[in-house]
Design a protein around this ligand. Structure first.
Ligand SMILES: [Zn+2]
Length: 316
């Protein structure tokens, strides 16, 4: 029989799922605050993997992706161990905020420290209890600031294992992205894990296409790691991109989008037109390069300089 999995004083037998609460501290009102974690400890040997969501507290699609993934798994047939952390920024999640109460970005606070800011302490807890024990992991995000993202993977595609994992995930697009200092992805990579970042949908909303793509992708990665025996069929090959950029409004006004997420656009193709309130056209946004539309503002009111459409150049 496989050994038990120990975390924060709780012992999970092989073939069982257990929820636990990692203590963070106390709320200002006195009650305890904890990081909710679910451990699915498979009956059979295999890798240890984490899933995390809501490192930005208002990014909800990943919370739902994790709910669907863990609902479909049976620890009696699972090989390896899955550690699910659906609400990493518990403070922001409860107040509908991206960041922590002191406005720090938790995803710029890794690997953290036990004596730093609140963000640094949560980051440290996540690293020591979860990430440092995992050989692979997926961090789930959505767009921010009223921007919607096409389901996409961001990762170090020059790393062969990361590229293979992105291909198994099978999002419509995988974008090579350098890690940013202080991010969970950077700290986890340094600790030796293979990491994917998933982006899809927008903050504060459930986006069915993104949730669907994310759930299926996570299960395909688990299947690829031999943790489960079956997963939803892939929609096809993920397109790869090594470069992307936002097209910004040249004039302030009311934007009308001419493209949708996932559209393939030519160089100079019109992405949006900008009008004044009487309907007079004051500007036209065009693609500077050919590529795929992977992010779009959902807000029709734009100031000059606002990011409107995110275009990824396709390498294949
Ligand atoms: Zn995010």
């Amino acid at each position: 029989m496989r050994q038990r999995f120990e975390m924060a004083g709780v012992s999970v037998p092989a073939g069982r799922r257990t929820t636990l609460e990692l203590p963070i501290g106390r709320l200002m009102s006195g009650g305890p605050m904890a990081l909710p974690v679910l451990v699915l400890h498979g009956r059979n040997d295999g890798p240890t993997m984490w899933l995390s969501a809501a490192v930005h507290g208002d990014e909800l699609c990943g919370v739902e992706i994790i709910r669907r993934v863990i609902g479909s798994l049976d620890p009696r047939t699972l090989s390896g161990t899955l550690i699910a952390v659906p609400v990493l920024n518990v403070y922001g999640f409860n107040t509908g905020d991206r960041n922590l109460p002191d406005r720090r970005d938790l995803n710029r606070s890794f690997p953290g420290s036990p004596r730093g800011s609140l963000a640094a302490r949560i980051a440290h807890l996540m690293m020591t209890e979860v990430v440092n024990r995992c050989s692979l992991g997926i961090d789930l995000h959505t767009g921010s600031d009223h921007r919607a993202n096409l389901p996409q993977i961001r990762g170090d595609l020059e790393d062969r294992e990361t590229l293979e994992m992105a291909e198994r995930f099978g999002a419509p697009l995988s974008l090579n992205a350098r890690t940013r200092d202080g991010s969970l992805r950077a700290a986890a990579t340094r600790s030796g894990a293979t990491v994917l970042l998933f982006e899809g949908g927008e903050a504060d909303r459930f986006d069915e296409a993104a949730i669907d793509a994310g759930t299926a992708g996570v299960l395909r990665v688990m299947q690829g790691a031999s943790m489960i025996s079956s997963a939803p069929e892939g929609p096809g090959r993920t397109r790869l991109s090594w470069s992307s950029g936002w097209v910004r409004a040249g004039r302030s006004g009311i934007a009308h989008m001419e493209v949708g997420l996932g559209d393939i656009v030519d160089k100079r193709q019109v992405l949006a037109t900008v009008h004044d309130p009487f309907g007079k056209r004051v500007g036209t946004l065009r693609a500077r390069v050919p590529g795929m539309v992977i992010g779009l503002t959902q807000r029709p009111l734009v100031n000059r300089g606002d990011a409107v459409a995110h275009i990824a150049e396709l390498s294949d």
